[in-house]
Design a protein around this ligand. Structure first.
Ligand code: PRP
Ligand code: MN
Ligand code: MG
Length: 178
């Protein structure tokens, strides 16, 4: 797998350390509350699992699945909700967890949808932020790492459904997808 990487952007240890910092901040910010942590499948599953294990809070978990159409390296702009939440979120403090905020298409669609359900609060937590690519005016409340516009995989992020399981964030060699 590592032979397919041009560069390791963040090692397993660096990711783990940053996730712990984010978790400490979220634990402080949500003190006294019982957030509903919502993971966006499939990309968020590893970050979500790592993050919640470091939250020192009572919380509940749920999942949505969203996918943009196509198997290319760029998001198409058409976002499809494939799985909805199990429970009503009215009055809940919802923390939406994503692997990456890229163009913002996915999260703006989900934020608009969830806001209409009247949560007490709605915040966004992303492992990676790629602000250069943003086409929607959207910022996350918690960001692990801000990254340049490179094609990254690992820690839940895929290329053509592969590489999600890598414990680091790597930049894929262009020869792999060209
Ligand atoms: C990826 C990623 C984010 C989204 C970010 O998901 O996991 O959900 O794209 O891009 P955006 O900000 O341009 O919308 P993808 O649609 O590839 O589905 P996946 O999570 O199943 O890989
Ligand atoms: Mn995703
Ligand atoms: Mg994907």
């Amino acid at each position: 797998m590592e032979q397919d990487m041009q560069q390791i952007l963040f090692t397993q240890d660096q990711v783990a350390a940053r996730v712990q910092e984010l978790a400490a901040q979220i634990t402080r910010d949500y003190a006294g509350k019982t957030p509903l942590v919502v993971g966006v499948l499939r990309g968020s599953f590893i970050f979500m699992a790592d993050l919640v294990r470091h939250l020192d809070l009572p919380l509940t978990l749920d999942f949505m699945a969203a996918s943009s159409y196509g198997a290319g390296t760029t998001s198409s702009g058409l976002v499809n909700i494939r799985l909805d939440l199990h429970d009503d979120i009215a009055g809940r403090d919802v923390l939406l967890v994503e692997d990456i905020l890229d163009t913002g298409n996915t999260l703006s669609k989900l934020v608009a949808e969830l806001k209409g359900r009247h949560p007490a609060s709605l915040k966004l937590c992303v492992l990676l932020d790629k602000p250069e690519r943003r086409t929607r005016p959207l910022e996350a409340d918690y960001v692990g790492f801000t990254i340049p516009d490179a094609f990254v995989v690992g820690c839940g992020l895929d290329y053509d459904q592969k590489y999600r399981q890598l414990p680091y964030i790597g930049v894929l060699k262009p020869s792999v997808y060209e």
